[in-house]
Design a protein around this ligand. Structure first.
Ligand SMILES: NC(=O)N[C@@H](CC(=O)O)C(=O)O
Ligand SMILES: [Zn+2]
Ligand SMILES: [Zn+2]
Length: 433
């Protein structure tokens, strides 16, 4: 990619105490070299950002790109474009493709495809914990890491055997890769379980997924991880009991981290309008109490960061009804405006808290060098128009997925430009330099 030196002028950045500060940003050779007021142009291309907010590029450590194997749902090209449009500059993709990313070739293939067909957003491949994610045999984590795997996960299913999970943690600790867990105990599930085992399930006579099916794995894994020294990370936390267990583990100083999705922060089972598969995801939307606890835990730092779990499916797949349709909703293009509008504009989180939990917190949890806006930092940036107001229209998504419960929601705070290492990877149509 061509490296162009840029001068972003008349922007605003978030200061140490959360205040908005007018700022210009000079970018040379892919790095932020100077942040200040009214910087003099020195041969750069000038972009006047007109009072918009400049933040570190967003980082999403849990998405599904679907390639190889499920290209009708999403490809690396469409998924990374969707990420860029949402203000994301780094994404980590789960291995539940076909084939599952459980070998060196699979990891390399994702990196190569992104180099050739991606829009410039950085993709970190997550490799499987067990071969074919079937829970029977561990992958070669040292080789996977060497090939460029970011971490290991069997996302989509829980690792059912505690013995296998313990062995996985031992190996992961030895080669310094994190174990990222989809926590779900299948022994507590019934055939066709599709929504939270609670009020909505009862009213609609649907088989439910209990909160304990998540929490029992969280508790089990915290115990298993304790003596291994592994970094254990909990996917898409949804249940109050899981939060309680994470909080306790952290209070003892254990290396456990957790993420939460925008949909679990903003919705609960009471919001499901009926037999609408756009509200079907795993884990399911739970009680209002769980939703409230998740937000509290995110605010107080128990839950470390926000990840979308962007999970595109085709319209046909999602048209098979509540029981048969696949779990999952898309999230990359709506995450920031949703959370800005419903958590920041309502005073539940500060703007700095929200941005930190989508940038520097995920980076810090996994020792990634991105997610900061400072002199000397890599110029991964998102420019956000906090005042722009638009209605979510899934037909306009860059993602192939249209499966969102947020269609029709009126939101503020849309990204207008995304830069990775100083290169513009997406900009709102109609903006000309
Ligand atoms: N979250 C979901 O509802 N679905 C994910 C799988 C997963 O994240 O467990 C998918 O791959 O579709
Ligand atoms: Zn999962
Ligand atoms: Zn997932």
């Amino acid at each position: 990619m061509m490296m162009e030196n840029l001068l972003l002028t008349k922007g605003q950045i978030i200061g140490e105490d959360g205040e908005l500060i007018p700022a210009d940003i000079r970018i040379h050779q892919g790095k932020v070299v100077e942040i200040g007021k009214q910087l003099a142009e020195a041969g750069e291309t000038v972009i006047v950002v007109e009072e918009k907010l400049i933040i570190p590029g967003l980082i999403d450590l849990h998405i599904h790109l679907r390639e190889p194997g499920f290209e009708a749902k999403e490809t690396i090209a469409t998924g990374t474009r969707s990420a860029a449009k949402g203000g994301y500059t780094t994404v980590a993709c789960m291995p539940n493709t076909n084939p599952i990313t459980d070998c060196v070739e699979g990891v390399r293939r994702i990196l190569d495809t992104n180099d050739q067909e991606g829009c410039g957003v950085r993709v970190l491949p997550i490799a499987a914990i067990t071969k074919a994610s079937n829970g029977n045999e561990l992958t070669d984590m040292a080789a996977l890491k060497e090939a460029g795997a970011f971490a290991v996960s069997d996302d989509g299913v829980g690792v059912q055997s505690p013995r296998m999970m313990k062995a996985a943690m031992r190996q992961a600790a030895e080669v310094y890769v994190a174990v990222i867990a989809h926590c779900e105990e299948e022994d507590l599930l019934v055939e066709g379980a599709c929504v939270h085992e609670g009020q909505f399930a009862k009213e609609h006579n649907l088989p439910g997924i209990p909160g304990e099916s998540e929490a029992i794995h969280v508790g089990r894994d915290i115990l298993l991880a304790e003596d291994t020294g592994v970094h254990y990370h909990i996917c898409h936390m949804s249940a109050e009991a899981s939060v309680r267990l994470l909080r306790e583990a952290k209070s003892r100083g254990q290396w456990v981290t957790g993420e939460v999705t925008p949909h679990h922060l903003l919705l609960c089972e009471e919001d499901i309008p009926g037999m609408d598969t756009r509200f079907k995801m795993n884990p399911p939307l739970r009680r209002r109490k769980d939703q409230e606890v998740l937000l509290e835990a995110l605010k107080d730092g128990t839950i470390d960061f926000i990840a979308t779990d962007h999970a595109p499916h085709t319209t046909e797949e999602k048209a098979q009804g509540m029981v048969k349709s696949p779990f999952g909703i898309v999230g990359l293009e709506t995450a920031f405006p949703l959370l800005y509008t419903h958590l920041v504009a309502t005073g539940k989180l500060t703007l700095k808290e929200l941005v930190d939990k989508m940038t520097q917190n995920p980076a810090a949890c996994f020792q990634l060098p991105w997610g900061r806006l400072a002199e000397g930092a890599i110029a991964d940036l998102a420019i956000i128009d906090l005042n722009s107001e638009r209605v979510v229209d899934p037909e306009n998504f860059a993602s192939k997925g249209r499966n969102t419960p947020f269609g029709g929601w009126k939101l503020k705070g849309w990204p207008t430009m995304t830069l990775v290492e100083g290169n513009i990877v997406w900009q709102e149509p109609g903006i000309h330099l």
